[in-house]
Design a binder for this molecule. Structure first.
Ligand code: PMP
Length: 361
């Protein structure tokens, strides 16, 4: 089969090397004669896998020792409930920055547990969609924490500033940007991310929590979302998604081999520059996000003539460029170019786009 590049927003492309290794060891993992997905999470073999994955993840993000890493179920949406249930304590309100679809979804869930003070950060700059700088975010006095989403997967909007809000506890949904660039973990109280974009397959969610924030969970917090319970049980209070955890471990090793987060950051920048460059150079394609807030992971773009959308999708698919259809709430196209997407994939896409414009423009 000829080369396929998968631009899916998640579950998303995984490094080919990782898939091949998983394939090779699928039925006989480390000479055990069984698959890693068939062994007990409590046995020393799997605990070895689990600990190594955690250590590699810590190394990659240089996670300080006063932060715990939890391997959870429930996805990003699980954490929309997990964050308030763990962080509210005796407070009844929290600040929520609304910068797009996922931040707004977090607000909706939080309303079940508290009164969110919603900070609408969406603005228009020179006719383009943008986000208010952090210094203009009006935090309230009585908030238990501040929640925001640094990369809006659907809107293609990124907030790249590093938060600096004094003692305020910052919780952030890094689902579609974790491990794509260096990150100062110490600025956050909680960082969480569903695995299915930059970490591994769906079914696993990572939570990084500062240890002094443990012990505050609401009585009604389900145990499987309770950071303290998860931490006390080394993320094995209930059966963890072992195969996803193992695969995440392979992805972390792969990323270390690429030179880690600093090295992938540079490649991610090149990929984004190439794709936005082609979009900006033509009147045939358009991206309406202000340059300062353009996502390097999810690049939505529209064709000037939407009547060509269908043929664009058919022809790109035939050329091995898959999953370019934009999210149903936005329409148009979207190319998700996470860590596993090589520069060659973005080159293939931009070559196709230029050629498509030549033929249909
Ligand atoms: N947050 C962000 C930024 C996302 O992109 C997504 C899923 N695409 C979610 C949350 C929801 O994640 P999940 O489906 O794992 O619950």
């Amino acid at each position: 089969m000829s080369q396929v590049y998968n631009f899916s927003s998640g579950p998303a492309m995984l490094p080919a090397e990782v898939l091949k290794q998983a394939q090779q060891e699928l039925v006989d993992w480390q000479g055990l004669g069984t698959s890693v997905m068939e062994i007990s999470h409590r046995g020393k073999e799997f605990i070895g896998v689990a600990e190594e994955a955690e250590q590699d993840f810590r190394d990659l993000l240089q996670i300080p020792s006063n932060y715990k890493v939890l391997f959870c179920h429930g996805g990003g949406r699980g954490q929309f409930a997990g964050v308030p249930l763990n962080l509210l304590g005796d407070k009844t309100s929290a600040d929520y920055v609304d910068g797009g679809y996922w931040a707004a979804s977090a607000v909706k869930e939080a309303k079940k547990y508290c009164t969110p003070n919603v900070i609408d950060a969406k603005v228009t700059v020179d006719g383009l969609r943008a986000i208010k700088p952090m210094r203009e975010w009006q935090l309230s006095d009585n908030a238990a924490y501040l929640h925001y989403c640094p990369n809006e997967t659907i809107d293609g909007i990124a907030i790249e500033e590093t938060p600096d809000f004094g003692d305020a506890i910052v919780a952030a949904d890094f689902s579609s940007t974790i491990l794509s660039r260096p990150l100062d973990v110490s600025r956050y109280g909680v960082i969480y991310a569903g695995a299915q974009k930059n970490i591994g397959p769906a079914g696993l969610t990572l939570v990084v929590v500062r240890e002094d924030l443990l012990g505050k969970a609401h009585n009604a917090c389900p145990s499987i979302l309770d950071y303290t319970v998860l931490n006390d049980n080394d993320s094995m209070f209930n059966t963890p998604p072992t195969f996803a955890w193992y695969l995440a471990g392979l992805v972390f090793k792969w990323l270390k081999k690429q030179g880690g987060v600093a090295a992938i950051d540079q490649i991610n920048q090149q990929k984004a520059d190439l794709l936005y460059g082609v979009i900006d150079k033509s009147d045939f394609y358009r991206n309406d996000v202000s340059p300062a807030n353009r996502s390097r992971m999810n690049v939505p773009f529209q064709l000037a003539d939407s009547a060509l959308d269908k043929v664009f999708l058919e022809e790109s698919f035939a050329a091995g460029l898959h999953a370019l259809k934009g999210h149903r709430v936005v329409g148009g196209m979207r190319a998700s170019i996470y860590n596993a997407m090589p520069l060659a994939g973005v080159q293939a896409l931009t070559d196709f786009m230029v050629d498509f414009e030549r033929r249909h423009g």
